[in-house]
Design a protein around this ligand. Structure first.
Ligand code: THU
Length: 143
């Protein structure tokens, strides 16, 4: 996938993949566009299931795409949702993203176009790590 520069392009990729969300149970559609340090962008949408807890969030679908493609360092993630307010990533997604570093900008756009920004470090100030002495984590060293 080609790299992109602007914030609005990343947000529109998130909006585009949101339209492919499978959310028949909640009706809440989410798309995520995760930008890697090398400029590649990986997309995800929420995928719900009749067995509700089996459903997956957009952010973790995007992260899975990225890691399976060899990306482990990320700059930004844009989230688009069908909600009235910009959605912040849920706790599970914050922890999942933090595995690869909390120096990640999060942009979120609501259905009406309102945009909010956070850093992952602010949203998850004490992420869980197996090795507290190595805050960079084993994941980025090839574990
Ligand atoms: N959802 C996401 O995809 N990302 C989040 O960060 C929060 C919630 C999804 C899960 C479920 O399919 C729907 O939104 C309603 O919770």
């Amino acid at each position: 996938m080609a790299g992109i520069d602007s914030e609005s392009e990343l947000l529109s990729q998130a909006r585009e993949v949101m339209d492919r969300a499978y959310a028949p149970y909640s009706g809440f559609r989410v798309g995520a566009a995760l930008e890697a340090a090398d400029g590649r962008v990986f997309l995800g949408c929420n995928v719900e299931n009749a067995s509700y807890p089996v459903g997956t969030c957009a952010e973790r679908v995007a992260l899975g795409h990225a890691v399976a493609s060899g990306a482990r360092a990320f700059r930004r993630v844009a989230v688009a949702s069908s909600g009235d307010r910009p959605a912040s990533p849920c706790g599970m997604c914050r922890q999942a993203l933090s595995e690869f570093g909390v120096d990640l900008e999060i942009l979120s756009v609501a259905a009406g176009g309102e945009v909010r920004r956070w850093s992952l470090a602010d949203l998850l100030p004490a992420d869980f790590r197996l090795d507290e002495a190595d805050p960079a984590g084993v994941a980025r060293r090839g574990g």
